[in-house]
Design a binder for this molecule. Structure first.
Ligand code: GTP
Ligand code: MG
Length: 240
């Protein structure tokens, strides 16, 4: 799966906007990823993806080591108080991953993530990918049981229009349960869930933790985008 969705990202060889991918782990658990940009110019996009994430996969290249953007991202993780993470050192086909891993583990240990598991991988040769999948399974197993009865609060990270269906907003459902037909509060008005998807599959009901795409009835795309509602408004939510 390629999380860089925009032509400009492919052309410039860098992530600008949030990207989405998922995999089925050896345990059978399905894990969704929100890929965030590294460049500081796109830090707002990075924060929109990171905010509701229950766990973080920190990625450092073996041949580049710990960089300023690594420190910026870790500072954001720390500010958000995220406590669950994993380190992957990539490009282990290009350089010995040990120095980058040692440096990154030291930096991460000083953050809210504390001591994390680490794996060396190569996207080019596939080395270490099975180890990474195993480590991701352990990370998932350590997650607290989500409160699926909690009120829904969905921070929207993308809004788009689907021809024939209208506006769809996406986000990470950190707690609660969303159902088709639910009423949500979007800014200062009530909207209704027309349909639901998680990781490109339609469901009548989606329980946290999950990536969700919510088709909203009677909502213009501009009303539901990232950064809306503003902090002084209520988030889209429903009380089950
Ligand atoms: N040889 C080798 N190249 C890799 C590996 N992983 C990624 N690359 C290459 O490194 C370059 C950058 O990879 P990206 O996945 O775009 O890196 P990124 O961290 O997402 O970059 P930004 O989103 O711009 O911060 C690409 O050309 C990849 O093909 C690896 O394990 N080995
Ligand atoms: Mg990227």
């Amino acid at each position: 799966m390629e999380p860089d969705r925009w032509a400009e990202e492919r052309r410039r060889g860098m992530t600008i906007d949030l990207g989405y991918a998922w995999t089925t782990l050896p345990s059978g658990e399905v894990l969704g990823f929100v890929d965030v940009p590294g460049h500081s110019r796109f830090i707002g996009n990075m924060l929109a993806g990171l905010g509701p994430a229950p766990a973080v996969l920190v990625v450092v290249a073996a041949n580049e080591g710990w960089r300023r953007q690594s420190a910026e991202h870790l500072a954001a993780v720390d500010a958000l108080g995220l406590t669950s993470g994993l380190l992957a050192v990539t490009r282990c086909d290009l350089a010995d991953p040990a120095p980058a891993m040692a440096e990154a583990l030291e930096q991460i240990a000083g953050s809210s993530l504390g001591d994390v598991d680490a794996v060396a991988v190569s996207g080019a040769t596939g080395a270490g990918i099975d180890d990474l999948r195993g480590a991701l399974d352990r990370l998932v197993a350590q997650q607290p049981v989500p409160d699926v009865a909690a009120p829904v609060r969905l921070w929207v990270d993308r809004a788009f229009t689907v021809r024939g269906s209208g506006t769809v907003v996406t986000g990470t459902l950190a707690a609660g349960t969303l159902r088709a037909g639910d009423e949500l509060v979007l800014r200062d008005r009530t909207v209704r869930v027309r349909g639901l998807q998680s990781l490109a599959t339609a469901y009548d009901e989606v329980r946290a933790v999950a990536r969700v795409a919510v088709n909203l009835r009677g909502v213009e795309r501009d009303e539901g985008g990232r950064g809306r509602p503003r902090p002084d408004h209520r988030a889209a939510r429903c009380d089950p």
